[in-house]
Ligand binder design. Structure first.
Ligand SMILES: Nc1ncnc2c1ncn2[C@@H]1O[C@H](COP(=O)(O)OP(=O)(O)OP(=O)(O)O)[C@@H](O)[C@H]1O
Length: 265
């Protein structure tokens, strides 16, 4: 039986910017179950990050919220976003133990846990290195370990790989799958990369251009034990990819038409 962790019902979110109302999300109804890997995709500015923030309970004052959302199934959230960086003055080990220090976990206990995780995820020997001595991919892996060390039950990933080259990205996608399977944690990813969405997720929500509405939900029926790289040659992957591209293109064209109409008036 799947346990709902997050539910939203007819959720609409607007911001006030320079006395103008900007409707970011409209009528979002979804359920995310504990332990799922779910991805949000959609054209730029359609409200993906806004939805992630709502899920995290991070709603700025002055934001207009209509409808309901319930995230009471979440006890502890991990959040990893694109521009997040490591603390440059701390070693890899010092970075990974930081969240535990904040939570008052005894130093030795935190250290042991961090060392075990670093070894498990390919960073053995780099414990005393400083972030500047690591490649971008390694830094991202340290960030992910730092997010997971306090055992959140949900990890929100807002385009965490978008600044990396294609090869590093593909390797880290596999790492994400492995961490998701190992931890049993719920992963919610925002990405612009359709292949990444299909390679990693169990379900993908496609949002329309702003105000973001759910236009389609894709069930990704691919084996859980998969390689994010090898799965791309699977005919089932390619079938979903074609369908998703055609739906996303339709959304982007609609957005352009609207922009053009606006330009003409
Ligand atoms: N604090 C804010 N105040 C006013 N408008 C905002 C605020 N945050 C977001 N918006 C607007 O709401 C809309 C949705 O933004 P959001 O960042 O959620 O979209 P996104 O799909 O994540 O974008 P992208 O794919 O480009 O990262 C955008 O038009 C954005 O300009």
């Amino acid at each position: 039986m799947s346990t709902p962790m997050i539910t939203t019902q007819n959720l609409s979110i607007s911001y006030w910017s320079k006395n103008k109302r900007v409707e970011a999300l409209q009528d979002i109804s979804l359920t995310i179950n504990a332990g799922e890997f779910v991805t949000l995709i959609g054209p730029s500015g359609c409200g993906k990050s806004t939805l992630l923030n709502v899920i995290a309970g991070l709603i700025r004052p002055g934001t207009d919220v209509k409808g309901t959302f319930n995230n009471s199934g979440i006890k502890e959230i991990g959040y990893l976003f694109q521009k997040q960086t490591l603390l440059p003055w701390r070693t890899v080990l010092g970075n990974v133990t930081a969240p535990l220090e904040i939570r008052g976990v005894p130093r030795n206990e935190g250290r042991e846990k961090a060392l075990a995780l670093l070894a498990k995820y390919g960073l053995y020997g780099f414990e005393q290195s400083f972030p500047r001595e690591l490649s971008g991919g390694m830094q991202q892996r340290v960030l992910l370990i730092r997010t997971l060390i306090y055992e959140p039950d949900v990890v929100l990933l807002d385009e965490p790989l978008s600044s990396l080259d294609a090869q590093t990205r593909a390797l880290l996608q596999d790492e994400f799958l492995r961490l998701w399977r190992d931890t049993g944690c719920t992963f919610i990813l925002v990405t612009h990369d359709l292949d990444e969405a299909i390679a990693l997720s169990q379900r993908v929500f496609l949002l329309s251009s702003r105000p973001g509405k759910i236009v389609k939900e894709f069930q990704i029926e691919l084996p859980t034990e998969r390689s994010a790289i090898a799965i791309r040659t699977d005919p089932r992957f390619q079938k979903i990819q074609r369908e998703m591209w055609s739906d996303l293109t339709a959304q982007v064209l609609q957005q352009q038409d609207r922009g053009f109409a606006l330009f003409k008036t």
